[in-house]
Design a protein around this ligand. Sequence first.
Ligand code: ARG
Length: 576
Amino acid sequence: MYHLSIERRLREVVTSVLPDANPNIIGVRPCPDPRFGDYQTTALMALAKERKMNPRALAADVVRRLDVSEWCEPVEIAGAGFLNFRIKTSALDRVLETAARGEHLFLQKAPHPRKVLLDFSSPNVAKAMHVGHIRSTVLGDCLARIFRLLGHTVITDNHIGDWGTQFGKLLIGWKSQRDPAALQRDAISEMERLYKTVHSACEKDPALLEQARQELVKLQDGDPENLAIWREMIALSEKQFDALYQRLGVRFDHTLGESFYNPQLKSLVQTLADLGIARKSEGAIAVFFEDVPELKDHTALIQKSDGAANYATTDLATLEYRWETWKPDEVIYVTDGRQQLHFKQVFTIFRRWHPEASMQLVHVWFGAILGPDGKPFKTRSGETIRLADLLDEAEERAYQVVSQKNPELNEPQRREIARIVGLGAVKYADLLPNRQSDYVFDWDKMLALNGNTAPYLQYAYTRIRSIFRKAESDPGATPSADSTAVALSAPEEIQLAKHLLNFGLVLEAAAEECRPNYLCNYLYDLAGAFARFYESCPVLKAEARQRYSRLVLCDLAGRVLCEGLGALGIETTELM
Ligand code: ARG
């Protein structure tokens, strides 16, 4: 029974004494004010209202029939019918013992696992991934990890932009002025150069623009030469993207770019027209939303007057494919906030088209990364910052920090730690703010060893690991039979243990709302609770029984930190 989290146990018990209440409304959550208890249930007020009862009377009735004495001090009724639970220290001891035996790490697999398709990162080919892509990549990857940790089935799909009008100009550039050596060195930069050169030449030369259009038409009509070049451009881009994904520890199950859906677009437009969902409008084909207040003034074009399909058309085809192929329970898109209207339109059209598709459609959007001046983050010369350069700089700066702190480590060791710390710092800085707000990119802040940062958490982890290195060389008093029983007593021990207990609850909340910042803040508080414990409770010098209890606390705190950081996509290190 101690495998179950206490909060879930409490919910079950409360539910069992209210057999005819809807179990979904009975929630148990951590008490907002720990002075009143550790957990509380709030459902009784709503239930009393439903039953036209006095909420305190209902609460008293529930308490009378409730037996939670095994885990809780006597239950208290507070306010207008809250039940407050305070966990007994003996119950904490037992939960810690089961965790120490490896039976759980304060989290449970979802009782009803969902199949979640995550669409994130999705850069455009022949263009460098820039700092704007970092949020989608880091956030999407973190969500994938959290869902997996909770036992859900996750499918990740990188919807790369590999089709579009830019290929007309790229084809001209490729054919007339590509530099094979440059292409070998840094393919994406060379393709960006080709595009820019042709693009600016087209501005002065309408004949060249027409030629670009022709090349595009040839590509769309399946001209073998253009198709081969286009394929090579994609392959070269993907190679560079993959290097970045590998560096970031991000992996995709599928990379089905926009072009994959191209063959479906014509018939899709026809179907929507036949169904009366889309109609002709000034030569184009459009979907109107007269009955959707927020979209009323935002007609969606699914075919332009020149016959070409749109971004939305491709996304509709993509969604149908995903539904038919994987039948997911949920599809989550991670992009910046400027695409909100786009996804509202796509979701609305798709619902009309496939009302039977029961999957949830969610747009998880995020704000911008700003420079110190509060404007979109750019290089000094005003160019967009390439993700690869940003990561290089992160590692370099972390190297300075690490070298200062650990001059005794050798160069490769310091480099490896700097890699872990630098990447961790960038990812954490991205995950910590509320995703919908813009944040200011600040090297000093994100690399600080104290404060709510990845390096602080990684350092807390190394401190825990060093306790175990010392414990090995100093095994302490010989453990007696009862020294494998946990017995918490100091308030700092109890606080730390209670904090560990909420790990699963926090992961569930982060998954529910797609907000990794909940997990960041939880880990930060965990590191704080650990520091307070370690300051006031000697571990290795304690007598055998206490020493064992405290080592268990250290070990579990370290494991939760490591697992939690892992769920954020952040590595840990033994030393730093
Ligand atoms: N390629 C797009 C961009 O860079 C993002 C695609 C997001 N996913 C999607 N299914 N529309 O803005």
